[in-house]
Ligand binder design. Structure first.
Ligand SMILES: [Zn+2]
Length: 61
């Protein structure tokens, strides 16, 4: 999934540069105010993102 992070300081929204495939937490630096944002991706977030993207695709025979 691609995470979108909203900065708590300035409200700037930015996409995390790398794709996320498993639950993890990490930090990104806001491009607007250079504040450090903590990002937490849970298994729930991943499953929601997967569902909104159409879910796992099954090949039709
Ligand atoms: Zn910011």
């Amino acid at each position: 999934m691609r995470a979108i992070v909203t900065c708590e300081c300035c409200g700037h929204r930015q996409a995390v540069a790398r794709p996320i495939g498993q639950p993890e937490s990490f930090h990104v630096v806001c491009h607007e105010c250079e504040g450090v944002l903590k990002v937490e991706v849970t298994a729930h977030d991943l499953s929601v993102a997967e569902r909104s993207a159409g879910g796992p695709r099954k090949a039709r025979v």
